[in-house]
Design a binder for this molecule. Structure first.
Ligand code: GLC
Length: 566
């Protein structure tokens, strides 16, 4: 009896002593028998915390809200969530202006709420990724306050301070990507500080080793708390040309903010960026964590650089070029060929909190639901890791403000009406048909789009042909098919203007994906017999798409995913 009590007590203490964060979320299945990393088999899901779920009914989403939706995410088929910044912040850029890297903004909850979220996620085999704003802090961060206090302050060199060219003249012609000059004059120390984004987001000086150390330690701090990795914000802006050369001006036009259109030659994508990425990666490797990059690139060659020459930089640089493609079979086929052949593990994204939602970017206004399904079938069956954006799975549409006075995003206030800002893609998640779409009982910080009546989780869960149910089916298939997880990618019928089709093959298991990216019905003969297959057995197809013998019939915007058998 005494022994039993002792064992129970030991177990109890063992439980108490096992903190949430014993290193980055460690899972037995972090690497499979063939060396695939967990993140290669995972589906990621981006959450904009202000807009996901509001547990305390103040109109702004929060961490407890996210925790309350973990079952939904699990059921959907999500393996990792990336939460955009939830750290203390004056919220000038809605969290991308961080005033304390090692805490949670009270608006979103507490560190204890965060720990609960991580353990709740862990119980469901979902990993948590945070957003690391590496280029800049808030001007309210204690580092910047110290830096600004005097020319001789300890942290003066933690930010980029320079003399002007003369009275009222900034050090050079650089403009902020969010409008206005990239330099702000400080009248008390008579120098300018540099900010690629808003004036309230001063750039950190990554040439200073103390900044590097401090930031590396921030990442360690979160890994210890159970974070499985980071999405690194705005990595290409980390360094500036020390000579501060003027940027070339492209033409005589002006952008939405009335500034000259500059080529960011001397303040983005400097080679020094890669040194920092290697450093961050080393730290990530100490905890088996993954680094995802916000990598806006002009071409595949540029994207390749972010993996690192020896695969020692980002494991997951995002292919954001994908978000710029026109909905067309040849356009996607070309692009995917380039990415798939580049040698790195592709990371596909179709939506995020900075760009028009995929639903209306690809949609034609009449067949948006069908087109949303084609896009899901496309990027969720490719070789690589997909990153979804909240609401994409229910066909949420972009709903920009119609009046300047309603705009919340400062770039929209500044650039109106040419630039309406990013409010349209950040509206509250549409959970059900009740008031405020079930997001909150209070008035949400951004209005819920009228489309929530038809496009919401509860309603779509009841409709077998909804966008949501389609996403669930593709995600389920993706998780259960080795061909879709690890198989090679082979494009078919490469001159077809309407149907994008390919094979995913893994050790004899072959899956055919055929997507009609046109508004007219299509028939395609895949000559299965000639290629040694007897039939294509449907795994998932839209209602009027089917295989008969060698021929596949696809309805307009039809999808067919089938297993080929010998
Ligand atoms: C990234 C974020 C964007 C933010 C900017 C500045 O591009 O995605 O939302 O405004 O960085 O931090």
């Amino acid at each position: 009896m005494r022994n039993k009590i002792l064992i129970v007590m030991l177990l109890f203490f063992a439980l108490l002593m096992s903190p949430v964060g014993a290193g980055a979320q460690s899972k037995a299945d972090a690497v499979d028998g063939e060396g695939h990393q967990w993140w290669q088999h995972a589906v990621f899901y981006e959450i904009y915390p202000r807009s996901f779920a509001d547990s305390n009914n103040d109109g702004v989403g929060d961490l407890k809200g996210i925790t309350s939706k973990l079952d939904y995410l699990k059921d959907l088929g999500v393996d990792a969530i990336w939460i955009t910044p939830c750290f203390p912040s004056p919220q000038v850029d809605f969290g991308y202006d961080v005033s304390d890297y090692e805490n949670i903004d009270p608006m979103y909850g507490t560190l204890a709420d965060f720990d609960n979220l991580v353990s709740g996620a862990e119980n469901r085999d979902i990993r948590v990724i945070l957003d690391f704003v590496v280029n800049h802090s808030s001007d309210q961060h204690k580092w910047f306050m110290d830096s600004k206090s005097s020319r001789t302050s300890e942290k003066r060199d933690w930010y980029v301070w320079r003399d002007g060219k003369g009275p009222g003249k900034p050090p050079n012609n650089w403009v902020s990507t969010f409008g206005g000059p990239a330099w702000t004059f400080d009248p008390s120390t008579h120098q300018y500080d540099y900010h690629f984004f808003y004036a309230q987001q001063p750039d950190l000086n990554w040439r200073n080793p103390a900044v590097k150390d401090a930031m590396f330690n921030v990442s360690r701090w979160w890994y210890k708390r159970g974070v499985a990795g980071f999405r690194l914000d705005a990595v290409d802006t980390l360094f500036e040309d020390p000579g501060l050369h003027d940027n070339p001006i492209a033409g005589s036009g002006k952008n939405a903010y009335g500034d000259p259109i500059e080529e960011n030659k001397y303040n983005t994508k400097l080679p020094e960026v890669h040194g920092v990425l290697r450093g961050l990666r080393k730290v990530a490797d100490e905890s088996g964590a993954v680094l995802i990059g916000e990598t806006w690139t002009k071409d595949v060659a540029e994207l390749k650089q972010y993996y690192g020459e020896h695969s020692n930089e980002l494991q997951m640089p995002m292919d954001l070029m994908l978000t710029k493609l026109k909905f067309s079979a040849p356009v996607f086929r070309d692009h995917i060929a380039g990415i798939d052949g580049a040698g790195g593990w592709p990371v596909y994204v179709i939506s995020n909190h900075d760009i028009v939602r995929s639903y209306d970017r690809y949609g034609d206004g009449q067949h948006n639901d069908q087109i949303a399904k084609v896009m899901a079938a496309l990027y969720l069956t490719l070789r690589g890791t997909p990153i979804m954006y909240y609401g994409e799975e229910i066909g949420m549409k972009t709903t920009p403000p119609t009046r300047k006075e309603d705009v919340k995003d400062p770039i929209g206030q500044r650039g109106w009406p040419k630039e309406k800002g990013r409010d349209g893609e950040r509206t509250p998640m549409q959970w059900d048909g009740s008031e405020n779409a079930g997001f909150s009982k209070a008035t949400p910080w951004l209005p819920v789009p009228p489309a929530y009546k038809t496009h919401n989780v509860a309603a779509e869960a009841q409709q077998p042909d909804s966008v949501l149910e389609f996403y669930k089916k593709v995600l389920k298939l993706r998780h259960t098919s080795r061909a879709l997880l690890d198989g090679s990618y082979t494009p078919l019928h490469e001159s077809d203007q309407n149907v994008f089709s390919y094979l995913r093959s893994y050790k004899g298991e072959v899956v055919l994906v055929a997507l009609n990216m046109s508004a007219s019905p299509q028939k395609v003969n895949f000559e299965l017999g000639k290629n040694g297959f007897s039939s294509a057995i449907s795994l998932l197809a839209t209602p009027k798409s089917a295989a008969q013998g060698d021929t596949l019939t696809l309805e307009p915007y039809g999808v067919f995913i089938g297993q080929l058998s010998h």
